[in-house]
Design a binder for this molecule. Structure first.
Ligand SMILES: Nc1ncnc2c1ncn2[C@@H]1O[C@H](COP(=O)(O)OP(=O)(O)OP(=O)(O)O)[C@@H](O)[C@H]1O
Length: 532
């Protein structure tokens, strides 16, 4: 048993994902010593953060057997809650999100957070699934502090990504954990929501003196409330650890090291970015021809309502061929709704106020597959579907190739062997350019870290050289080096690009913005070159 006050201890441990003799360890070296005490607040920082959080959540096998131990609270093993946002949880793809409303088993946000009963929309009673006593005073406090009061009666599946993340945090904290682990706590949140969550975690003190541990990338600032930091590299394991205030010099020099490595990596590129985009139909198209082309998308007074309440109202927007747009707006302002209209995932997509290449969209004249033939997309929803359905079967090459399915971004049927030599060559060029050759030899998509998963999904979204490229939070969770390299490709990208991103650093260079302020209140503008 561990000494009082310790929630977890690792000593001389090697971690593996399976019992197979030749199974590769998660980190090549043994972890000599690591401890978290009750009430401490840790940042696990660096390329190996995801794996290390999984280690702490007891997802791997440790060798020798007792080299990972948990402290005991009130006579029992501590309760550990891990929140990792690989895609959206539990919302699936947007079309499913709307279809789900037909599903009688969808639940309200309140029931989702309480998580102690299941019910059906067809009957008026619920069935308890646990005998867990829910502390309703704590529920009220969490709902209030996480600004969920007005969302309690909404269907959970209809919550926006940012709203769902706050609900998911309330769900975990209501279980009164002893150790809370959150990977990328601010991913996909607008600045207000990010500061709500940061302040909340800073002040969070539970009866059980829960320790809070967050996973951050090297480029992320470490919040001041993190009392301790542990830098974990994917290859080296723990690089250093201890109280944050004692480690400032090491933190700064580690940042510089990563920055240099990313630059070195970028300058050793085998291809010019122009080679990668040269097969796009808009590549080097003379300006006078582009000017004569009809708008890629035009919205003439678009409106979308949920149960009579407008989310988008009287929206006018003209997207010219080859223009690059940053779609801005707080969590819940309607960005995903707008994109789902463009990709025809939304039930109200057949709307004559949506004009595509000069033609109003109408039932009968355009179908889902024609619409999506010209669209490539990376989004949290696609990431979630892929992890659920295809991640274990496909390697990097196969995953990128599924981007060639021309009629849908959600088709993950293997495609590599059916590709022409030219297409195979293009996939290989991207793999080399992004330095993924080694991983492409051995790893399945599910074995990649989140940053490389996002990178592969980014390459997949552009591999068919689509007219419209939609990048919804495509770079959140990505390491800086991979992100810089992706942005470089986008600068040379000749097609239309629509970007949704809350973090300035993650936003590729765009020339226009559309800001969703409130239903009926929009701002469209140019982005000057020194602004991102
Ligand atoms: N099917 C639905 N039924 C009812 N309300 C919905 C539905 N889908 C979305 N909403 C609500 O519409 C609003 C817009 O949601 P949307 O997902 O488009 O926002 P967003 O701007 O993409 O947010 P985020 O930045 O958090 O991803 C939100 O308040 C959301 O709760």
């Amino acid at each position: 048993m561990l000494a009082d006050g310790l929630v977890v201890r690792i000593s001389d441990a090697l971690f593996k994902s399976s019992l197979a003799k030749n199974a590769k360890p998660v980190f090549p070296q043994k972890i000599a010593k690591f401890e978290i005490k009750f009430g401490e607040k840790w940042a696990i920082w660096g390329g190996g953060k995801g794996q290390f959080l999984d280690v702490l959540a007891n997802k791997y096998l440790c060798d020798p057997p007792l080299s990972l131990q948990y402290g005991r609270t009130q006579g029992s093993a501590p309760h550990v809650e891990l929140m990792a946002f690989k895609g959206v949880i539990p919302t699936a793809h947007l079309s499913a999100r709307y279809e789900h409303f037909k599903d009688e088993f969808d639940q309200t946000c309140k029931k989702f957070i309480l998580d102690n009963a299941i019910g059906s929309n067809a009957v008026s009673y619920d069935v308890s699934t646990t005998d867990r006593k829910v502390d309703m005073a704590l529920y009220d406090k969490l709902v209030d502090e996480l600004k969920l009061t007005d969302l309690q009666d909404r269907w959970a599946m209809g919550l926006s990504n940012g709203q769902m993340r706050r609900a998911r945090l309330a769900y975990s904290l209501l279980k009164e954990p002893d150790m809370l682990l959150i990977d990328d706590p601010f991913l996909g949140l607008d600045s207000t929501a990010a500061s709500i969550i940061s302040k909340f975690l800073a002040n969070y003190q539970s009866k059980r003196r829960c320790s809070v541990t967050i996973g951050l990338r090297i480029q992320d600032a470490i919040p001041q409330w993190c009392t301790h930091v542990c830098c974990v590299d994917e290859r080296e394991g723990i690089v250093f650890q201890g109280p944050t205030h004692e480690l400032q010099d090491q933190i700064n020099s580690m940042r510089k090291r990563y920055e240099l490595e990313a630059r070195k990596h970028n300058s050793s590129s085998r291809y010019q970015v122009e080679d990668l985009v040269a097969s796009h139909p808009m590549f080097r198209k003379p300006q006078h021809e582009v000017l004569k082309m009809p708008s890629t998308i035009e919205l003439r007074g678009l409106e979308v309502k949920y149960k009579g309440v407008p989310v988008l109202q009287d929206l006018h927007w003209d997207v010219k061929p080859g223009s690059k747009w940053h779609i801005r707006g707080d969590n819940g302002s309607g960005k995903s709704t707008l994109l789902s209209l463009i990709t025809a995932e939304h039930p109200q997509s057949w709307n004559s106020k949506v004009i595509e290449q000069g033609q109003p969209r109408k039932t009968g004249s355009s179908n889902y597959f024609d619409i999506n033939r010209r669209i490539g997309m990376s989004s949290p929803e696609i990431h979630a579907i892929v992890l659920k359905n295809a991640a274990r079967d496909l390697d990097i090459r196969e995953m990128i190739s599924t981007g060639f399915h021309d009629a849908s971004s959600n088709n993950f049927k293997p495609m590599w062997t059916r590709l022409s030599d030219d297409k195979k060559l293009l996939v290989e060029m991207y793999i080399k350019h992004f330095n993924l050759q080694e991983l492409a030899q051995t790893e399945r998509f599910s074995q990649l870290n989140v940053s490389n998963q996002k990178l592969v999904l980014f390459i997949r979204s552009l591999i068919k050289m689509p007219q419209v490229l939609i990048l919804d939070e495509a770079f959140s969770g990505m390491e800086r080096g991979a992100m810089m390299r992706s942005h470089e490709v986008l600068e040379a990208w000749p097609g239309t690009v629509l970007v949704v991103s809350h973090v300035e650093e993650e936003t590729p260079k765009c020339d226009h913005y559309l800001r969703l302020l409130a239903p009926g209140n929009y701002k469209v503008g140019q982005i000057s070159h020194d602004e991102t």
